[in-house]
Design a protein around this ligand. Structure first.
Ligand code: ZN
Length: 179
């Protein structure tokens, strides 16, 4: 069928264009998207709703999904090597769009949550758009749920963040509705 051959030709052309683009080493592509300031190094390309940079590690090739990685994780990997299983990249500077390696550190999810309280976020909660009244989850907890789903189950996320399963479900639904 000519129609089918046409589709195939187009797919090949697309794959070829991506191949050309991927010839640029990952490292070069990555740092080209970073704007270095005196303090933080800011991710200038796509960011997810939580403000974390997203880097296209592999582009989708015919029939296969592309692979994205959070930019701070990729910055860590390029600088220090693989991230041990179960470890997260935390920001010392509290700037989710920052990818400066010496502003990043390894940690666990519970450390991240503890960190948030240790730094006394209470003061700037209002500016983060949280309701100071009877809110249950902080913006940071919501961000974590959005980042980690579907890698972790709803139950696991509830467990880790102290949210209820139905809260987790609502957050996930909210994201799906708008994005
Ligand atoms: Zn920073």
């Amino acid at each position: 069928m000519p129609e089918e051959r046409n589709l195939h030709t187009r797919a090949l052309a697309g794959a070829n264009a991506r191949w050309q683009r991927d010839k640029k080493p990952v490292e070069e592509r990555f740092w080209a998207k970073v704007q270095k300031t005196e303090t933080c190094w800011l991710w200038t390309a796509f960011r997810n709703k939580a403000g974390y940079g997203v880097f296209g590690l592999e582009h989708h090739v015919h029939g296969q999904q592309g692979k994205n990685i959070l930019a701070p994780r990729q910055a860590w990997i390029l600088t220090y090597g693989p991230i041990p299983e179960g470890q997260y990249i935390l920001h010392n500077c509290d700037n989710p769009s920052c990818v400066r390696p010496d502003h990043l550190r390894l940690g666990t999810l519970s450390e991240n949550t503890r960190d948030m309280y240790a730094k006394g976020r209470g003061g700037d909660r209002r500016s983060l758009g949280e309701d100071n009244g009877n809110h249950v989850l902080t913006d940071r907890q919501v961000d974590l749920i959005r980042q980690l789903y579907p890698r972790l189950s709803q139950e696991k996320l509830a467990d880790l963040t102290g949210a209820s399963v139905s809260q987790v479900r609502n957050i996930i639904k909210g994201r799906q509705r708008s994005g």
